[in-house]
Write a protein that binds this ligand. Structure first.
Ligand SMILES: Nc1nc2c(ncn2[C@@H]2O[C@H](COP(=O)(O)OP(=O)(O)OP(=O)(O)O)[C@@H](O)[C@H]2O)c(=O)[nH]1
Ligand SMILES: [Mg+2]
Length: 239
């Protein structure tokens, strides 16, 4: 996470503080992960949303008082064959949404397994939210609200039932997560990247240089779409 622009200038209006967090969505296939992201980022819903291959990256911000919370969202693929890729996306994530489908009990069990994996292997203070999606299909419900809520309470998770289709609780879920995120400044590579005018989803690697010489910084640029593309560029800085 990183912040900038804190404080006031000459006693005038407060500047907006910007905090940035990596958030990952996990859950069984077809539970509606991509649909929740599409609803949150673009306000849209697609009945024929295609299954995700690998992972997709999108960004969206929410405003909280004097703070803009920007989420860098990794929407993972739920198909079992992509399971081994998941650590790549939840590693370093400050927040996770684990999604299940309220009409499919097996997806609730899968969600519990994801929560266990996150608790064992993700960052120790990751904020985890559980989303019982497809709440619009209440007549086909097979996971009771109380059951999921009790599990979430016992496990220390945020919990909401959502519907990507009707937009129920979608913004509210991201907002609730944003409220739980720490708003303190931490210097990290993404912070440095933004100050060099680069997009925030870049990974900078340290590179030795001699005083007075140009500094070459190999930069891995992550460009998110349906597929994950990696591009290697060289950033040249004069000291
Ligand atoms: N009724 C209803 N359908 C939904 C909802 N959310 C998603 N769907 C539908 O469920 C199907 C799967 O949605 P996706 O968003 O692709 O699910 P996913 O979890 O991203 O699936 P993978 O990418 O395969 O892991 C699509 O046909 C969506 O239109 C919802 O809230 N209500
Ligand atoms: Mg998807």
């Amino acid at each position: 996470m990183s912040t900038r622009g804190t404080g006031r200038t000459n006693g005038s209006l407060p500047q907006t503080k910007i905090c940035q967090f990596k958030l990952v969505l996990l859950g069984d296939m077809a539970v509606g992960k991509s649909s929740l992201v599409l609803r949150f980022v673009k306000g849209q819903f697609d009945e024929f949303q295609e299954t995700t291959i690998g992972a997709a990256f999108l960004a969206q911000s929410v405003c909280l008082d004097d703070t803009t919370v920007k989420f860098e969202i990794w929407d993972t693929a739920g198909q079992e064959r992509y399971h081994s890729l998941a650590p790549m996306y939840y590693r370093g994530a400050q927040a996770a949404i684990v999604v299940f489908d309220i009409t499919k009990p097996e997806t609730f069990e899968r969600a519990k397994a994801w929560v266990k994996e996150l608790q064992r292997q993700a960052s120790p203070n990751i904020v985890i939210a559980l989303a019982g999606n497809k709440a619009d299909l209440a007549d086909k419900r097979l996971v009771e609200y109380e059951e999921a809520q009790t599990y979430a309470e016992d496990t220390g998770l945020l919990f909401m039932e959502t519907s990507a289709k009707t937009a129920m609780n979608v913004n509210e879920l991201f907002l609730a997560i944003a409220k739980k995120m720490p708003k303190t400044d931490t210097q990290n590579p993404t912070h440095a990247a933004r100050h060099r005018g680069k997009s925030s989803n870049e990974i900078y690697t340290k590179y030795p240089y001699a005083m007075g010489s140009p500094i070459l910084i190999p930069t891995l640029t992550l460009e998110g779409s349906q597929h994950l593309n990696l591009k290697l560029t060289l950033t040249i800085l004069q000291p």
